[in-house]
Design a protein around this ligand. Structure first.
Ligand code: GLY
Length: 397
């Protein structure tokens, strides 16, 4: 029997979209060769619209804030549906500066955040250490963003997987090779093994791989490219946490974040690299991340290094996601989330459920319309900025 929709991609975005659509009454099939094994497995889980705000990207900020507000309700629903906890904490994020130049950058960032009406509180070095006692006394000062929260994306994937099964969503562990169409509208998805899944709607949520699916007219192929992020996972004792909440820092111009989990692990990230689909973990990125983490929190030196991994963020020319119906009837895009995939999961999933049930999503998602003009100007064709080629770790972009 044909489903109402096939969701291509089993990362957080695809899983959550399938779950919300099923709860809205759709029969849904999800396709992914290894659900939850891509960027969602690497992401630190910062829900950080305020500390990750970027100059000139106010439209993205509005999307991020709208989705951040949905996170508490999303967690309540998901934990109730799955009976699994997702390690969500609404405990703010501290962003600190290591030297005088880093503090000047933070001053400018604070001014920008205040101008945008975002809630931030400046702290001196001592105030930062009162909040995070293991912070180095060399840290000059920082700012507290009370509205920037955190979650464990791997636990969210586990909870969504169970919720999908309870909701009756079929998960097909194969690769989607092509979107099939007839007379200008979608008819389903052809799998790598040659089978076809018939459906009048297809949701393309395959992250960095979204542009590689065959069968799409050139005008609707999503303008996504992979941006590599290398991340370390450290582990200490759950009873002696290295950090109380998310910590971000600027260390001599490089940005870093450390996100604690309830079980004593700490995720440290992340590089930003334009290297295509390469996910090699390099000695250089690992060394830099560890050096900068130890400068901020010297006790990090004593933690066990349990993972060094790399994921691929799906970036777009204007750093906004691609969400919504396209010129190909029946094809809905839910991709291009770049650095905000975890944060944008609830808004994206609710919007996909709305499109699949012919209702109106939150009007804020109009800024992510896949047909918007900013995708087709000079920025769309020039490729990555020169400064983004190679390895970088900017906070303030
Ligand atoms: N949002 C975290 C990252 O992209 O590294």
């Amino acid at each position: 029997m044909a489903a109402d929709a096939v969701v291509v991609g089993g990362g957080l975005i695809g899983l959550a979209s399938a779950w919300r659509a099923a709860r809205a009454g759709c029969t849904v099939t999800l396709v992914d060769p290894a659900p939850g094994s891509g960027a969602s497995n690497v992401a630190a889980g910062m829900l950080a619209p305020v500390t990750e705000v970027a100059y000139g990207e106010e439209a993205a900020l509005r999307l991020n804030i709208a989705s951040a507000r949905r996170w508490p309700g999303f967690v309540d629903d998901l934990e109730a549906a799955s009976q699994l906890e997702v390690d969500y904490h609404a405990d703010g994020t501290l962003l600190v500066g290591f030297d005088a130049d880093d503090m000047r950058v933070l001053d400018e960032l604070t001014a920008f955040q205040v101008e945008l009406g975002l809630e931030v509180q400046r702290l001196r070095s001592r105030g930062c250490r009162e909040r995070e006692p293991l912070l180095s006394p060399r840290v000059r000062g920082g700012l507290l963003a009370a509205e920037d929260h955190r979650v464990d994306p791997r636990r969210v994937v586990a909870a969504l997987s169970r919720a999908l099964s309870i909701a009756g969503v079929e998960v097909v562990t194969d690769r989607a090779a092509a979107v099939e169409q007839a007379r200008g509208r979608v008819t389903g998805v052809r799998l790598a093994d040659g089978r076809t899944l018939s459906a009048p709607r297809v949701v393309l949520a395959a992250g960095s791989w979204s542009a590689g699916i065959e069968g799409l007219p050139p005008a609707v192929v999503p303008a996504v490219r992979p941006v590599k992020g290398q991340v370390l996972v450290l582990r200490g004792g759950a009873d002696e946490p290295a950090l109380t909440a998310s910590l971000r820092g600027l260390v001599q111009g490089r940005s870093i974040y450390l996100v604690p989990r309830s079980d004593g692990r700490v995720v440290v990230g992340a590089s930003q690299e334009e290297r295509g689909f390469d996910t090699t973990v390099t000695a250089g990125a690992t060394r830099e991340l560890l050096d900068d983490a130890v400068r901020l929190v010297p006790g990090v030196d004593e933690l066990e290094l349990v993972e060094a991994i790399a994921g691929l963020r799906p970036a777009t020319p204007d750093n906004r996601p691609l969400l919504g119906p396209t010129e190909l009837d029946g094809l809905v895009l839910a991709t291009g989330h770049h650095r905000s995939g975890v944060l944008l999961t609830p808004l994206t999933a609710d919007s996909v459920a709305a499109w699949l049930t012919d209702t109106d999503p939150d009007p804020v998602v109009a800024a992510a319309d896949p047909c918007r003009g900013s995708l087709h100007g000079p920025a769309a064709t020039r490729g990555p900025d020169r400064e983004h080629v190679g390895r970088t770790r900017e906070t303030v972009q």
